[in-house]
Design a protein around this ligand. Structure first.
Ligand SMILES: Cc1cc2nc3c(=O)[nH]c(=O)nc-3n(C[C@H](O)[C@H](O)[C@H](O)COP(=O)(O)O)c2cc1C
Length: 330
């Protein structure tokens, strides 16, 4: 059966939806190239958006591209299309993250689960605000774990002592960053030294308050920015989740990004706020300590913080225009 071709306006819409994905420091490290005659859409990473200090292997960048790929699949499902994707299809071209070919939807079940996440695309935001001290129901945790599993990753919710240990690792990574400085954070933070209005980067409005006590729950973009801001008491019992994959290589990083976004969208659908933390993952010596020593093999790819927001689920961040991230080729 011939593959359906999708029209350039449809491609533009899909790419716009894909780009609502989270990415480290909102660098939006993706480029899309649509080969009209072949009907093939390529997702490429953008070398100009590499973070050589915080992400020297481009692991986080692949995660962000994976999240954009999941969004694209969700948007396609919403349009009644299935996307056939091959990850890292060219060993000589590591910037080619995925090659995507549209197909028709086989059954409603094939697209239904993804399509149901579509309304969450525009509502999902990263929150760096305090959450309520209200536990997530076990059934919800199981549902989110199944979403991760559907994409080939594992989501574990660590218990009491392990959460405290993870918070210690986050605090250690934060303290290190405070002393050592982080040129990538400085490059992408908007509203301190760089202007607030930009189509990428983390705006000051999304930085969130400082923590009233010594426990860090989120990356503190505001430390050292030289701007006044309020302090707030964060939740006493943070609810963290650890996302991991069996192996640790570029294809698995793209898998992890897709799983991450699927979990975030599913959480958003049921009004659960989400935040992400990668500081301890940026230091190899801390990254391996994040694993659950009892249940968790594999490689940790992301630490998530989930909870019920106190009225807000986080600030909106901007995205680059579609024309900046999409090339239409013959
Ligand atoms: C791989 C990856 C790493 C991230 N690391 C952090 C982090 O350490 N701390 C944080 O507050 N947000 C982190 N984020 C969230 C981004 O800052 C956020 O997605 C981006 O600013 C865009 O905002 P949005 O998620 O609200 O759309 C990360 C996101 C990704 C995909």
């Amino acid at each position: 059966m011939p593959m359906p071709h999708i029209s350039p306006p449809t491609v533009r819409g899909l790419v716009r939806d894909a780009a609502t994905a989270p990415s480290m420091h909102n660098a939006q490290p993706w480029r899309f190239v649509y080969h009209r005659n072949a009907g093939v859409l390529d997702l490429r990473s953008d070398a100009a958006r590499d973070m050589t200090y915080a992400d020297p292997d481009n692991r986080a960048q692949y995660l962000g591209c994976g999240a954009a790929l999941l969004n694209l699949r969700v948007a396609a499902a919403h349009n009644g299309l299935v996307m056939h994707t091959s990850l890292l299809p060219d060993a000589d071209d590591p910037r080619l993250v995925a090659r995507i070919r549209p197909g028709t939807a086989g059954t409603a079940a094939a697209t239904g689960a993804l399509a149901s996440l579509y309304p969450a695309l525009s509502r999902r935001h990263t929150s760096r605000l305090p959450f309520e001290d209200h536990p997530l129901p076990d059934e919800l945790k199981q549902l989110l774990a199944r979403e991760a599993e559907a994409e080939g990753a594992r989501l574990l919710f660590p218990g009491g002592w392990h959460v405290r240990f993870l918070l210690d690792l986050i605090a250690e990574a934060e303290t290190y960053a405070e002393h050592a400085g982080d040129p990538d954070e400085a490059r992408w933070l908007r509203g301190a030294t760089a202007p607030e209005a930009a189509d990428d980067g983390v705006p000051w409005s999304a930085v969130g308050p400082a923590s009233e006590d010594t426990a860090w729950h989120t990356r503190d973009f505001g430390r050292g920015a030289g701007r006044d801001r309020s302090a707030a008491r964060f939740e006493r019992r943070p609810q963290l989740a650890v996302l991991s994959t069996a192996d640790d290589d570029p294809p698995r990083w793209v898998v992890a990004g897709q799983a991450l976004e699927r979990v975030l969208l599913a959480a958003t659908t049921v009004h659960v706020a989400t935040g992400l933390t990668t500081q301890p993952l940026e230091r190899q010596s801390l990254r391996w300590l994040l694993r659950d020593p009892v249940r968790g093999g594999g490689a940790v790819q992301m630490l998530l913080r989930l909870g019920y927001g106190q009225g807000s689920t986080g600030a909106v961040t901007r995205r680059r225009p579609v024309d900046d991230i999409l090339d239409l080729e013959p």
